[in-house]
Design a protein around this ligand. Structure first.
Ligand code: AMP
Ligand code: ZN
Length: 123
């Protein structure tokens, strides 16, 4: 396992710090976001440390998409969501805070008031 010292998601993947785990297999772990922007908001995370999507091997692409679809469908059932967003931030300028690639799966309902991207009037 290529682990980066002081990476919080590496530590979660290795079970060194706890998480609210939803799913795990050889290559991925899924856990609930500690600060959910909607109930059920979860993160799909490769166990190996890749800083951003650009570092993650494309060979994991099918697996990650399958997993995102599974989680989205789960949230549509469990949370009675009517849809979901897949969010993937690449580099801090795009909002990436944890520098270990992860995919947000966010359940959505009509009229839930969530707005993903807003532009300031003066920019
Ligand atoms: P990003 O801005 O795309 O890097 O998102 C990082 C996400 O990780 C945020 O939504 C955080 O709330 C979440 N997060 C940070 N630390 C933890 C943790 N220990 N367990 C679960 N989620 C976390
Ligand atoms: Zn890591």
């Amino acid at each position: 396992m290529n682990k980066k010292e002081d990476c919080i998601f590496c530590k979660i993947a290795l079970g060194e710090i706890p998480c609210d785990k939803v799913y795990e297999d050889d290559n991925f772990i899924v856990f609930n976001d500690i600060k959910p922007i909607a109930k059920g908001h979860c993160l799909v995370v490769p166990k190996k440390h890749y800083e951003t999507l650009l570092d993650m091997p494309s060979t994991l692409g099918t697996e990650v998409i399958d997993l995102v679809k599974k989680q989205g469908l789960r949230l549509m059932k469990e949370q009675k969501a009517e849809g979901f967003n897949l969010v993937q931030n690449v580099f801090p300028a795009a909002g990436q805070i944890v520098m270990h690639v992860h995919f947000h799966v966010i359940p959505r309902k009509e009229g839930d008031g969530l707005r993903m991207f807003e532009k300031k009037d003066d920019k």
